[in-house]
Design a protein around this ligand. Structure first.
Ligand SMILES: CC(C)(COP(=O)(O)OP(=O)(O)OC[C@H]1O[C@@H](n2cnc3c(N)ncnc32)[C@H](O)[C@@H]1OP(=O)(O)O)[C@@H](O)C(=O)NCCC(=O)NCCS
Length: 168
């Protein structure tokens, strides 16, 4: 679908952390079964979206937590960060109800502008090799695969990812 929605993007604040964690769980449950196991989904949600972890992220000067609203409803988020000297789009999740309406594209554009302002030549991201929809959407927004990685994330789990890069 291409009809654009009226999207508002703003920073996450501490009182909104529980809502972001709940939204992440909802979107992950709609995305990752069939790509990774339920056990790995639960492990990664706790690791990345535990409330304490998100409060810490909010205090980190090298991290930006953006959220998107459509008609006042929180429908997605994009987290970006400076990671090993590069500007990284670390998380991008849009609720299934509003996927393919351009919201992801708007959040990517917002992150790319920030990276440019901060003086970085490109934005990178990591995406699961089997997450074909997301890979296609990143290609649509100018990302290309740079390398293939397998990262050990503990407890016997790995992330089997592509690193993608969008030149600015
Ligand atoms: C991937 C994602 C962030 C893209 O955001 P979005 O708002 O849906 O993206 P846009 O509308 O800006 O771009 C849509 C493009 O993404 C791809 N795409 C996104 N969702 C898709 C779906 N459910 N089925 C097929 N293609 C899809 C298509 O290439 C689409 O382009 P098209 O509509 O012109 O064919 C979003 O779909 C999402 O949150 N998906 C689930 C979670 C996820 O995988 N996140 C990325 C983790 S690295």
């Amino acid at each position: 679908m291409n009809n654009k929605l009226n999207v508002e993007i703003r920073s996450v604040t501490p009182p909104e952390v529980p809502a972001i964690a709940a939204l992440a769980r909802e979107i992950w449950q709609a995305t990752y079964p069939g790509i990774i196991t339920q056990e790995q989904i639960d492990f990664m949600l706790e690791q990345r979206y535990g409330h304490e972890r998100l409060y810490d992220d909010l205090e980190d000067l090298h991290k930006w937590l953006d959220q998107a609203f459509v008609d006042g409803r929180r429908i997605g988020f994009a987290f970006s960060e400076i990671y090993k000297g590069e500007f990284k789009l670390d998380k991008l999740y849009i609720h299934p109800d509003v996927q393919r309406h351009g919201v992801g594209g708007q959040l990517i554009a917002n992150v790319a502008e920030r990276a440019k302002r901060e003086g970085y030549p490109c934005v990178i991201l990591q995406v699961n090799k089997r997450n074909v929809n997301a890979i296609n959407s990143y290609k649509k927004y100018g990302f290309a695969v740079r390398e293939s990685t397998v990262d050990d994330i503990g407890h016997g789990y790995v992330m089997d990812d592509y690193v993608m890069e969008k030149k600015l």
